[in-house]
Design a protein around this ligand. Structure first.
Ligand SMILES: [Ca+2]
Length: 336
């Protein structure tokens, strides 16, 4: 979203938590065969995730073992070429397990064991000259109802609040910082985005210490009201951030009237961004260092609607209230 939470609030008290290594990123299959010895690798024949669990060698199976090994390694590390990474449908990888989710099945305020209200910059104003005030535990701005999280932006005056910074609009920014963060994995957020001139909804991630841009920002999906139906995904790093972030978008004409699955598959090798299984952006680890790829450390999730600002642009006051509906947030990872 080209904006970080206030780095001054990085107090180091948040646990890293839930780190895991994605075996899908490396050709971890290493069948060691010697001359006159062949390998019969039952794990290869079953699933790549269980490779190396058991093997038995016979002379006759030597060639077959290596062939299957190569195929399993290729399948585990994903398609090799950028073109293939774009074309390969984006789906939950085999063997991945659900490690965190919110189905929003309990009406009321968002689950406090999973979500935190990020309100830290209300007084001084948020990044990018945005115009919203983010409220805390206020159903008018964030509530769970009928199986969905509803984040609502409104035109209203909350000047009675101690941290009010002169904003004319209210909204909510929910984060999992301190409750959940992850390195690698498959992320799926099913949502219906708000529209209207001046809206800027985002579903995104920031590195847990919030070292921006060095720590890296992953924008799974964003949309701005002045470009209806254009949804986009962006990476911000030390090598490229702000207007120089790396991303791509696609047209989803009914993004504001229908639910879609916004997806990210993050491995040590690459990130693939997709909608309903179709990839629109791939970002690869170029092995050039952390300036280009800081993404080997935990990031937490953020759901918000910003109003106006450098990217949101002019605001049409007639649009309010506007709402982002989130049906579920699911995080899957490869077994450790
Ligand atoms: Ca739901």
């Amino acid at each position: 979203m080209n904006k970080a939470t206030d780095p001054s609030r990085s107090d180091g008290t948040f646990p890293l938590g839930n780190r895991s290594i994605d075996p899908g990123a490396a050709p971890y299959l290493n069948v060691s065969c010697t001359a006159h010895t062949a390998c019969w690798d039952r794990a290869i024949r079953s699933v790549a995730a269980t490779v190396a669990t058991w093997r038995r060698c016979t002379t006759a199976a030597l060639g077959l073992g290596w062939a299957l090994g190569s195929a399993a390694a290729a399948a585990a590390s994903g398609p090799a070429s950028p073109d293939a990474l774009m074309k390969e449908p984006l789906r939950l990888p085999a063997g991945y397990q659900l490690v965190w989710s919110d189905e929003f099945s309990t009406d009321g305020l968002p689950d406090a064991t999973k979500w935190v209200y990020d309100t830290g910059m209300n007084k001084q104003g948020w990044h990018n000259a945005e115009l919203q005030y983010y409220s805390d535990a206020r159903p008018e701005n964030s509530v769970v109802r009928d199986g969905k999280l509803l984040i609502t932006a409104r035109k209203e005056d909350l000047s009675a609040r101690a941290d009010w910074g002169g904003q004319k609009y209210s909204s909510a920014r929910l984060i999992t910082r301190g409750k959940g963060d992850w390195t690698y994995g498959f992320y799926e957020i099913r949502a219906k985005l708000p529209c209207g001139l001046g809206t800027w909804p985002a579903i995104w991630m920031l590195n847990t210490p919030v070292e921006w841009p060095a720590g890296g920002e992953i924008d799974i999906v964003e949309h701005i009201g002045r470009e209806p139906g254009h949804v986009f995904s962006t990476l911000h790093t030390a090598a490229g951030h702000g207007a120089h972030g790396t991303g791509n978008g696609t047209q989803v004409p009914d993004a504001c009237t229908a639910f879609h699955d916004y997806q990210l598959h993050w491995t040590p090798d690459h990130m693939r961004f997709g909608i309903d299984g179709k990839v629109h952006h791939v970002y690869r680890n170029a092995r050039q260092g952390t300036a280009q790829w800081p993404f080997d450390a935990p990031e937490f999730l953020i759901l918000n609607i910003a109003i106006g600002g450098h990217l949101g642009g002019p605001v049409d006051d007639a649009i309010f209230p506007v709402q982002m509906e989130v049906d579920h947030v699911r995080v899957y990872q490869a077994p450790r």
